[in-house]
Ligand binder design. Sequence first.
Ligand SMILES: Nc1ncnc2c1ncn2[C@@H]1O[C@H](COP(=O)(O)OP(=O)(O)O)[C@@H](O)[C@H]1O
Ligand SMILES: [Mg+2]
Length: 297
Amino acid sequence: MDQAELLRQKASQHKNRTAMSEDGVAYVEGQQVRVLSITSGKGGVGKTNIVANVGLALARLGQRVLIFDTDLGLANIDILLGLSPQYNIGHVLSGEKRIEDVVVEGPGGMLILPANSGVDEVPALTEAQRMELLAQFENWDRQIDVLLLDTGAGIGPNVMYFNIVVQHIVVVTTPEPTAITDAYALMKVLSTRYQEKRFQLLVNMVKDEKQARDVYRSLAQVTGRFLDISLEFFGYVPRDPNITRAVTQRKALLDAYPDTPAAKLFTQLARNVLKMDIPKSPKGNIQFLWRHILRTG
Ligand SMILES: Nc1ncnc2c1ncn2[C@@H]1O[C@H](COP(=O)(O)OP(=O)(O)O)[C@@H](O)[C@H]1O
Ligand SMILES: [Mg+2]
């Protein structure tokens, strides 16, 4: 079955999944976790930086964080954090390594599951490979409180694939018109083809909060008129040259320049994450999540 077919199935299953949540007592047992994707229509808007810094801020707030890098781009999260993982998800998919050999520990004890082109292969796995991988995830004994997915940009199948399994979709844009238009396009596809109806907007690289709220208002006006979705303001990060400086040092801003206004805003964003609900539904259950990522049963 190809990826397009899986996505079509997923789109048609969406309503069933909601129905299941009402009587799905079996699914709400087990480990509860907050699951967010950090995504965007346009590339280079700051997703990976946001994941790294919000992840670290969450870890400092005592959360057990797992970052799943699902982007195949060059500026991967491990590079940003100065890590040099030996293995990646591709080694797990090929059966060479187990999940615990591949996950690396980053600053603050954050766990990072590094990407490679293997992420692209997830939809093409055989049933036996899926079952094996699922068993590994389910038996992996690390407890997680927050799972952050760093996605690629755009409206390609891979980005869709990971956005539709999460509880909360955080769309990142900058004030640039092209970034805003692409954020709109992403939400349009996710809502019309995959029935995703709730989005959070994070505006990066702004002058100040007012500019961020202006971007939010103008985008919310358009989505309000043309799309059947809710768009909430999740927060903002100012344009700050220290972010680029920290990247050059291969450190999170929170490590390199903890006293900057941007660092404080990342901590604020982490607090916003902790205010998000953990649904009492299959979407709040880590096993259910892995099952959906791996599309088994
Ligand atoms: N708030 C910001 N201020 C200044 N530069 C930023 C900011 N956020 C991101 N950048 C820079 O923008 C570039 C792209 O960021 P990155 O996180 O890799 O984006 P994405 O993951 O969306 O492609 C990087 O060089 C990064 O340092
Ligand atoms: Mg990135």
